[in-house]
Write a protein that binds this ligand. Structure first.
Ligand code: SAM
Length: 217
């Protein structure tokens, strides 16, 4: 375990040196919840490597740099209401919960992963993440409006319900593009005036967002 933590600490320091982890809060979150707590036993020794890793049901937990980039764009502060779409392993939700210090809602379409994430979160001692089974391309209206919605799967276009469920001044972070190979990481800001501003943060590669406002199965 110690060896895993030492290797993880070096990864975090490398991401900081590279300027990918910028804030002390994101660094603290990464050190509090190492990625090896959210993968199966056989992958733990690879969890410090800056690449995606397999999780059950043919899905992936994103590379550490990708998660750090999205969290730095999100600029999460204590008290913010956040929805994550695409729970996967539960790792990103745990990091979000550390940053907002309140209940976090995360939605996953594959029942096996809902159970996987719940087990990981429990073992990591995370108590304020609520994992919901459902189609996150429709958002999660019961807890809307959100300050930030982070989507960790690639969509063919920006799903309207997610923009609707943002507070004025809120932001949606979402990869938009092709089915598997390439998407553009978008930051969609819902201005207080109601106008939408879209910033691009470059090319990324995520598994597809499958659902009513995503790709069809
Ligand atoms: N954030 C995750 C983590 O920390 O491990 C990694 C997410 S993985 C790259 C993308 C996840 O999105 C997969 O688990 C996939 O099943 C899920 N997904 C795809 N479409 C979805 C949808 N419409 N609603 C909810 N989850 C969805």
């Amino acid at each position: 375990m110690n060896d895993l933590y030492e290797r993880w600490k070096r990864t975090v320091e490398m991401l900081e040196l590279e300027g990918i982890i910028k804030s002390k809060e994101v660094k603290e979150a990464f050190l509090k919840y190492p990625r090896y707590l959210f993968v199966e036993e056989r992958y733990k020794k690879y969890a410090h490597i800056d690449e995606p890793l397999p999780i059950p049901a043919g899905q992936t937990v994103s590379a550490p740099h990708m998660v750090a980039i999205m969290l730095e764009i999100a600029k999460l502060k204590p008290g913010m209401n956040v929805l994550e779409v695409g729970t996967g392993s539960g790792w990103n939700a745990a990091l979000i919960s550390y940053l907002v210090k309140r209940d976090v809602y995360t939605i996953e379409r594959i029942p096996e992963l809902v159970e996987f994430a719940k087990r990981n979160l429990e073992r990591a001692g995370v108590k304020n993440v609520h994992v919901i089974l459902g189609d996150g391309s429709k958002g999660f209206p019961p807890k809307a409006p959100y300050d930030v919605i982070i989507v960790t799967a690639g969509a063919p276009k920006i799903p309207d319900p997610l923009v609707e469920q943002l507070k004025p001044g809120g932001k949606l972070i979402i990869p938009v593009g092709s089915y598997h190979l390439w998407q553009e990481l978008l930051e969609v800001i819902k201005k207080k005036s109601g106008d939408i501003e879209i910033k691009s943060h470059g090319g990324v590669a995520f598994v597809p967002l499958i659902g009513e406002h995503g790709w069809k199965e």
